[in-house]
Structure formats: structure tokens, C-alpha cells
Design a protein around this ligand. Structure first.
Ligand code: CUO
Length: 673
């Protein structure tokens, strides 16, 4: 099942590439013609590959073909940066295809896929190209390795058409003896992990071409997207009677939570290493990865970052002071903490977040004596499976909050919208009672055959279980007393009504639990306005079909503008995870709605064909972030004096409604392919 076949055969659409002989590796050259004819028989399309002068792949090839590849490891990042540059530098699409065909059978498959994906997303001439779902190319990063044996059996023995979906066990990584395991459906959700992979694909932190990295407010979006992940995770913990996640703020303290992934890499033919309970970080000295770093390096970077926050400025690599003010501060900090190559000064502030991932992912083999690779925390496609991901990011977020809490609270004029008031908000689930949201289980089929090597070709489906909710509609009654037509941005957040002890919140804490559900622009006519908005339209999510892209029921017609948009937009929180699970007896929550003045929010730009429908967490491709306010507004800062509770925070253009999330543990719906 290792991808050993000559890869100039594209599985999905039966395309064969006609490859110049010199492109073949030594292994295939003697049998070149045979391969072409073997695959040529059932080819529907033959694509000639241009003969180009061959690129220098020495650096990309320095990572072995059967090694694991991690964006978090600096030497791997540089290797990937080189390959991205090669792909970005090709003059035409034909040349790019040639070099990709040439590289495909020579460089590490994960590295190849990553670098080519980044190039396809960033080259102006490949913007319409569809990226196959990453879960289809590398299913081994997403599901239980035992499933693969069953899938191979199904594919080799059963003819296409009579194949049954292979059911991925519901919760296979641990038992209920481990309380953390209650969160399996969140941490191990394919859509959530794909979102995270895609986010880091859209926002790489290293590339030779600075423009690939230096995007509008990318540091701030790194902060905000991950802050929201932690907020969502905390609501999920409350849905399972667990307290909010504790920060991993002492690098010398053992990590209580172990994690055993039960996955094998099809590229390295090795199991993803586990981390035992109570494992401590250790100084790293791994020659293979060119990493020689002590825990005290992390601590030094952390102390310098805190010093910069407390002094209110960072010192860039030329010695200039750059203020951490309310305009650019969070964006600079985001790039500095992550760190991306546009960090103001990596020499001084280091690479805290990325190397935190590396330290944690190597805690089982810090000096490579066991010849083991990294654990799931070392890969953006798998990191969110591990409970420690959330402890690490809760800590990273806490550093950002150290800065945010130093900014002046929003004043009333910064929150109000004169003449605009919300009279009433209601949420109604389809066929349900008002202000009750309902969740249940769903099983969906995904074709994973592309990433496997079957002799009889065709689809093999894995059926996996995920959370789902009944779609719902917001109805918002807004009064416009200004006497003229106005525009507003509707901002909708959901948060738990009480803390984990059942006590009412102080807003300074509750604000960190507020999960963005939607954000959209409305036109407000003078007088009463009734706004209706479907949950499926959320600015946070993308539909299931787009997460996996092989479920083509809703796929727009080929060649249309809608299809282009559909293809680009793999980044987005999965729609089925919009609402936290809740509790069988109902989890009390508060839904917050605000209409802010669009004149203060607007960013003048054309969004047509730009993939803007999951903009809240993913931004908009090739455009500025489409909301001028700070991300997370109005909850990104401490509340003003006198607004210590959410109810006191409200201005007339805001409203609050109690909502209950009810989970039915006995309801499972099957969505067949
Ligand atoms: Cu997304 Cu830590 O950045 O994984």
C-alpha cells in the first residue's frame, strides 16, 4: 500500500502523462514503455509532458522518500521553501507540470504534496486548479490504521459496485477510563483536522517568496483562528462535564495527558509514536533534524516576548522599536510568536509556538536514540488529535491576551450604532422549539481510495461518525430610527451561560469563551427590519461536500465561476461542527448578537470569485481581511468599567438570548454516498 507506482498516472480521472524518458527514475527507465502501456489501456486522457531542462532537486531530495515531513521542523521548512520556490518559479503551467511530474517520483510524498499545493494556491495561473482533498491523498493521517487492511480486502476481492463502506470505529483511540477521551469526536474529526491543515497551507510561515507569507493581518489571524479553536474546545469540554483546558505554562512539568494515535504512516510504514501519560519535555539533540535546542531556549524566548509586551514595543533586527499598539500590535505578535519569516526579529524572539510543537512531538525520543520520528503534534494535519494541542494553544493564547488586556477597553462610542437597536433575537431549529439547538450523531461516507494502491481500481468508502446539528435560522428584529437607509455588520457569538462550577461569569473571563457563529452585512431600511439568516450560511464554515470534495452532489457546473470558488476554498471550519455537542439534559448558553456600523467595518475591495464564504477564520484569498475591526471584536479586549457582566455590556445595538443545546446520544443518521 505504499505509493510505489509510477505516479504519472492520475487515479481519479484516468489521465496518463506522456513523460520524456529522461524524467523516469533509474528504477523505471528500463520498463518505461511497459508502464505507459499498462496504464494507457484504460486511460481517458493523455497529457503530453514538456521536456524541460531538469531542475536541481538536491535540497528537496535531502529528505528521504520514506521519512516523515513536518512544517514545524526548521530544516524541513527550508527544504519545503526550496521546493515551493522551484514550483513558483516555473514560467508556465506546462513547465510547472513537467517539473512536478519529474519531482513526484523523487521527493518525499508529503513534502511534494505540500509544496505543490502551496504553489497551486499562490500562482496566479493555477488559481482554478482543484486540489484533491488531502484526506483522499493521505488517508493514513486521518483514520485508524486497522481500517486500511479492511479497505484493501474490499478493493481487491469485491468488484466495484458491490463494495460496502468500511465503518471506521466510533471511538478507537482510548477507553472511557481516560476522561479526555470524551472529546474524541472533536479532536479526531476529519473535517476539523482538514481545516487546520488547510489553514496552514493558506498561511505558510516560510517560503523563499516573501509574498507567499506576507498576507494582510496573517499574524492576527493566526492568533484569532487558534483562539477560536480553544474557545470551541472549551465549550465542547463543558458539553462533557469537563473543566476548561489548563494552559501548558510550565515547560518543566510533566504532561499528564498521554495520547496513542493508532495510526500508521503509509509513507514511512511506521506507527505514529504515542506519548505516555506524564511525559516531560527534554532538551532536544537530534542530528537528523538539525535540531539542538534546550528547554531553556523556549523559556528565554518566552521571557523576551513577555518583556516586549510589558514594555509595549518589540525591537526589530535593525534595533528599531516597533510599538505594540492597538492597530498593529496583535499582528506583529502573531508573526513573532508563531513564528513566521515575517517575525520582526527571530534572533531575539525565537520560534516559540512552532518549536513548542516540536518539543512536545519529540518528548518520547529527544535525542533520536530510538530512531523514532515525531508524534502527531509535529504535523498540522494531525496535531489537533492530541489533548496537549489545546493545552499548548491555551498557553499561546494567554500570551496574546497579555497584550490584549493592556489595550484600552472599547468605549461606548466604539460599540454603539446611533439610531440602530435590536428589538428581539430568536433562533429556531428546523421542526424544533424556539431557542433550542439539537445535536446528534451522523455517519458519512468518504472515498479514500485515491491515497491507496489497489490493483482493481475504483472507489472504496470509509464510513465515519461525526457530530451533527439540526440546521436552524436566526430571526433578528432591528429598528432603524436614523431616518435613512443604513448598513450594518451582524456579529453572532455563542458562549456558555455559566462556568464549569455553574457560577455566573465575569465578562473578563466569559469573553474568552465566546465562539463566533456568523458575521454578515445587512441593509437596514428606516423603521422595522426583520433579518433571517440560515445556519448553513455561516461565515465560519464550509459544507461537508467541500471539506471532502469527492461528494459531488452540490458541485457547481464545470467551468463556472461557482466551480472556481468551490475548488479554492478548502479552508473553513466544518459545518457539522458549528455547534458544540451540548448535554442530553440541555446545556444553557447565551447567544450574543450585535449590529455594528458598517461604515466603521468596511474594507473597500471586490470579493467576486475570491472565496470569501468562510472568511471569519480563513480570510479571503488574495484580498484583505474583509472586516476592519480587530478580530474577535467586541470581545477581544477587557470590558469597560461597569460592564463586568455580559448583560451590563449591552448597548441598544446588541442583544442577548438564552439558548439551550440538547444532545440526543441515541440518534444516529447515516448519510450514504
Ligand atoms: Cu495551528 Cu499550533 O498552529 O498548530
Amino acid at each position: 500500500d505504499r505509493p510505489t507506482e509510477p505516479v504519472f498516472m492520475e487515479k481519479g480521472n484516468k489521465t496518463v502523462f506522456d513523460v520524456p524518458d529522461k524524467f523516469l527514475t533509474d528504477r523505471y527507465r528500463p520498463i518505461g514503455n511497459e508502464i505507459q502501456s499498462r496504464f494507457g489501456e484504460n486511460a481517458e486522457q493523455r497529457v503530453p509532458v514538456r521536456d524541460i531542462s531538469l531542475p536541481d532537486l538536491r535540497i528537496p531530495m535531502s529528505l528521504g522518500r520514506d521519512e516523515q515531513f513536518s512544517l514545524f521542523i526548521p530544516s524541513h521548512r527550508r527544504i519545503a521553501g526550496r521546493l515551493i520556490d522551484i514550483f513558483m518559479g516555473m514560467r508556465t503551467v506546462d513547465d510547472l507540470m513537467s517539473v512536478a511530474v519529474y519531482a513526484r517520483d523523487r521527493v518525499n510524498p508529503y513534502l511534494f504534496n505540500y509544496a505543490l499545493s502551496v504553489a497551486l494556491l499562490h500562482r496566479p495561473d493555477t488559481k482554478g486548479v482543484d486540489l484533491p482533498s488531502f484526506a483522499q491523498s493521505f488517508p493514513d493521517k486521518f483514520i485508524d490504521s486497522q481500517v486500511f487492511r479492511q479497505m484493501r480486502e474490499e478493493a481487491t476481492v469485491v468488484p466495484e459496485g458491490s463494495r460496502m463502506p468500511i465503518v471506521v470505529p466510533r471511538d478507537y483511540t482510548a477507553s472511557d477510563l481516560d476522561p479526555e477521551h470524551r472529546l474524541w469526536y472533536f479532536r479526531e474529526d476529519m473535517g476539523i483536522n482538514l481545516h487546520h491543515w488547510h489553514w496552514h497551507l493558506v498561511y505558510p510561515f516560510e517560503a523563499g517568496d516573501r509574498r507567499v507569507v506576507d498576507k494582510d493581518r496573517r499574524g492576527e489571524l493566526f492568533y484569532y483562528m487558534h483562539e477560536q479553536v480553544v474557545a470551541r474546545y472549551n465549550m465542547e469540554r463543558f458539553s462533557n462535564k469537563l473543566a476548561r483546558v489548563t494552559r501548558f505554562n510550565n515547560f518543566r512539568e510533566p504532561i499528564a495527558e498521554g495520547y496513542f494515535p493508532k495510526m500508521d504512516s503509509l509513507v514511512s510504514s511506521r506507527a505514529w509514536p504515542p506519548r505516555f501519560d506524564n511525559t516531560s519535555l527534554k532538551d532536544l539533540n537530534r542530528e537528523l533534524d538539525q535540531i539542538n535546542l534546550d528547554i531553556s531556549d523556549l523559556e528565554r524566548w518566552r521571557d523576551r516576548i513577555f518583556e516586549a509586551i510589558h514594555q509595549g514595543f518589540v525591537v526589530d533586527s535593525s534595533g528599531n522599536r516597533i510599538p505594540l499598539d492597538e492597530n498593529r500590535g496583535i499582528d506583529i505578535l502573531g508573526n513573532m510568536l508563531e513564528a513566521s519569516i515575517i517575525s520582526p526579529n527571530q534572533q531575539v524572539y525565537g520560534d516559540l509556538h512552532n518549536l513548542g510543537h516540536v518539543f512536545i512531538s519529540y518528548s518520547h525520543d529527544p535525542d533520536h536514540r530510538h530512531l523514532e520520528s515525531f508524534g502527531v503534534m509535529g504535523d498540522s494535519a494531525t496535531a489537533m488529535r492530541d489533548p496537549v494541542f489545546y493545552r499548548w494553544h491555551a498557553y499561546i493564547d494567554d500570551i496574546f491576551q497579555e497584550h490584549k488586556t493592556r489595550l484600552p477597553p472599547y468605549t461606548l462610542p466604539q460599540l454603539q450604532y446611533n439610531g440602530i437597536s435590536i428589538a428581539r433575537v430568536q433562533v429556531s431549529s428546523d421542526g424544533g422549539r424556539p431557542n433550542v439547538l439539537s445535536t446528534f450523531w451522523q455517519q458519512s461516507d468518504v472515498d479514500l481510495s485515491r491515497g491507496m494502491d489497489f490493483v482493481p481500481r475504483g472507489n472504496v468508502f470509509a464510513r465515519f461518525t461525526h457530530l451533527q446539528h439540526t440546521p436552524f435560522t436566526y430571526t433578528i428584529n432591528v429598528n432603524n430610527a436614523s431616518g435613512a437607509q443604513r448598513f450594518g455588520t451582524v456579529r453572532i457569538f455563542l458562549g456558555p451561560k455559566t462556568d464549569e462550577r455553574g457560577q455566573p461569569w465575569l465578562l473578563r473571563d466569559q469573553r474568552l469563551m465566546m465562539v463566533e457563529l456568523d458575521k454578515f452585512i445587512v441593509q437596514l431600511n428606516p423603521g422595522q427590519n426583520t433579518i433571517r439568516r440560515r445556519s448553513t450560511e455561516s461565515s465560519v464554515t464550509i459544507p461537508f461536500e467541500r471539506v471532502f470534495r469527492n461528494l459531488d452532489a452540490n458541485r457547481p457546473a464545470a467551468g463556472t465561476a461557482e466551480e472556481l470558488e468551490f475548488n479554492f476554498c478548502g479552508c473553513g471550519w466544518p459545518e457539522h461542527m458549528l455547534i458544540p455537542k451540548g448535554l442530553p439534559e440541555g446545556m444553557p448558553c447565551e447567544l450574543f448578537v450585535m449590529v455594528s456600523n458598517y461604515e466603521d467595518d468596511r474594507v473597500d475591495q471586490d470579493l467576486v470569485g475570491s472565496c470569501s464564504d468562510a472568511a471569519s477564520y480563513c480570510g479571503v484569498r488574495d484580498r484583505r481581511y474583509p472586516d476592519r475591526r480587530a478580530m474577535g471584536y467586541p470581545f477581544d479586549r477587557l470590558p469597560r468599567q461597569g460592564a463586568d457582566r455580559l448583560v451590563n455590556f449591552l448597548t441598544p445595538n446588541m442583544s442577548l438570548v438564552d439558548v439551550v443545546i440538547r444532545h440526543d446520544p441515541n440518534k444516529t443518521i447515516v448519510r450514504q454516498q
